[in-house]
Write a protein that binds this ligand. Structure first.
Ligand code: PMP
Length: 352
């Protein structure tokens, strides 16, 4: 007989991230990580870090990092919220800002963590299908709702919308909080951070995991009105006062200061992305125009699931989602030129 206490255990289907591997030979293009190392200045900040200070709690407000981000984006320190990766920031935002009986709304094809947070926190939600071209239709979001979250650019589609799109969403949603998740914006997207000065109900989230090569440190942030940020702080301080550790604060500040390196590595990824897109199109793939550090591709006469599995046997990891509408698509993170040559070679081998 089953123990009675088991009936009190939470049953939930968690989000499943891209597979990790300790095998250094693997060409790892499955988790939208940056193929280049973090800024040398961030590395130096970690090497210089006074480990003796680790016995103290970090600065509770992570103020040095908040200030660096505030200066970078030309907003006030009081407009910046920090967390343990943007997953943490968005999870706090869901709890702090989505407390309506009406459903929170987001696209059907999007970051698959959103429905997981909704079910964890008991938030009703509703999806609006993206078009056949994978564009998000702003008019869908005119309907009354309990909050809006849209990644821009979107994942896994890689498609980015302009600031006019976000303005439309804001016009339709004067009565809701709108979150724009800008995890991938630095690879050619249009940021809506400026709009947070115009709309008190707009929160923009960002991360150091992609464009700043610091996925392992876990630094995420949000920018918004003081009103929104103060509620995020209150919720965060109701479960964990110290979500950002001292080493992350030091390295994060250094990363922000090294703008040349940031711009160089982002440009390089964009250049490689354009090359790989052209190569794949010449092989007969349909590749969406990407504004991110990954591409989303399909081929009418080939099984993308089989290609994903074949590449895995060849030590090239990409991402496949067994989901309606995109079951014949793959998502490929942009790696170094060398990694992408290996990838293209293996793809050629697969399609024969
Ligand atoms: N938003 C989107 C759309 C993402 O793809 C990711 C990465 N999985 C995140 C947020 C979270 O990234 P992180 O927690 O590393 O900041």
């Amino acid at each position: 007989m089953e123990n009675l206490w088991t009936k009190n255990l939470r049953k939930i289907d968690p989000y499943v991230p891209g597979e990790q591997s300790s095998d250094r030979d693997i060409v790892k293009l499955n988790a939208n990580e940056n193929p280049y190392p973090p800024s040398p200045m961030a590395v130096q900040a970690i090497k210089n870090f006074d480990t003796g200070s680790l016995r103290f709690y970090p600065n509770a407000n992570a103020t040095p990092l908040k200030r660096a981000i505030a200066d970078y984006y030309n907003v006030g320190v009081e407009n910046v919220f920090l967390g343990n990766g943007s997953d943490d920031v968005i999870a706090v935002a869901f709890q702090a800002l989505f407390n309506s009986d009406l459903p929170v709304v987001f696209p059907d094809l999007t970051y698959s963590f959103y429905p997981v947070w909704c079910s964890l926190f008991g938030i009703p939600y509703k999806n609006y299908p993206v078009g056949d071209d994978f564009r998000i239709n702003a008019e869908d979001y005119e309907e009354k709702n309990g909050g809006v979250i849209i990644p821009n650019p979107n994942a896994p589609t890689s498609v980015g919308e302009g600031r006019d799109f976000v303005e439309k969403i804001m016009e339709y949603n004067a009565d809701s909080v709108v979150i724009i998740d800008e995890a991938y914006v630095d690879f050619g997207g249009e940021s809506s951070v400026e709009l947070t000065k115009k709309y008190e109900n707009l929160l923009v989230t960002g991360t150091f995991s992609k464009s700043r090569s610091l996925a392992g440190l876990r630094i995420g942030f949000a920018i918004g009105s003081e009103r929104l940020v103060s509620v995020l702080e209150a919720v965060k301080n109701s479960y964990n006062s110290y979500t950002v550790d001292s080493i992350s604060i030091a390295a994060g500040v250094a990363s922000i200061l090294d703008d040349d390196y940031f711009k160089q590595t982002c440009s390089k990824i964009i250049e490689t992305r354009q090359y790989v897109t052209a190569q794949m199109r010449s092989m007969g793939f349909k590749v969406l125009d990407s504004k991110t550090n990954f591409i989303f591709a399909t081929k009418d006469d080939a099984s993308m699931k089989d290609m994903f599995e074949y590449l895995k046997t060849q030590k090239v990891y990409i991402r496949y989602f067994s989901l309606p509408r995109i079951e014949n698509y793959v998502r490929i993170t942009i790696g170094t030129d060398r990694e992408m040559e290996i990838f293209l070679e293996k793809v050629k081998e697969y399609i024969g």
